[in-house]
Design a protein around this ligand. Sequence first.
Ligand SMILES: [Zn+2]
Length: 233
Amino acid sequence: MTELLYLRDAYLREFDATVIAVDGASVALDRTAFYPTGGGQPHDTGMLGTAAVVEVRKDGDDVWHRLEGPVPAPGDAVRGVVEWDRRHELMRTHTAMHVLCGVIWNAYGVPVTGGNMEPLSARMDFEFDPLPEGFGPRIEELVNAELRADRPIEVSFIPRSAAVLDRELIRTKVSLVPEHVAEVRVVDIVGLDKQADGGTHVRSTAEVGRFRVVKTESKGKGNKRIRIEVLDG
Ligand SMILES: [Zn+2]
């Protein structure tokens, strides 16, 4: 089982770990700061010892790191270094998606149905039918106002039984968190958006930078797609 260090400290760039299993060019560690692909957020890259980490994926309770370079052996102590520029861009982008969700919920009462991101760009789907008049410019203005407001972003861990009763979490379908999960990680953009979430985020909305709507498109009835990008403040 791999301890997920990024859940408690998204700013951790370097860490020491022990190899618990090896499969070809992939190694599982007892702890990692590398984010594995999931929840719409792509995996981190970086270095493990002198090898490059080119893919990170979660399999059950283990995180596997696919390497290009020398592969360590089970029991070896290794040092991991996360490629920080890419990770921080993903943290900014991921946080921008939360702000977008909160703004759209507050302005229109419409939930998100899906999304995916790359560093500094993302798409998100919402249950609109049709898209409201002047939607793109209005959303861009509202999101940028929230970024400038520099809202703090707090991460906490609460019992599942408490999370399913939290009215602010209900719209993000916290009830879908599997029954066996005892504790839910909650990411709260204070006063704007609260979600049960395992991704990495920045500490305040101002750190995101600036937000731009690239385009909006219809993906069918009750499903409208928004493409966005994140720019330096
Ligand atoms: Zn998130």
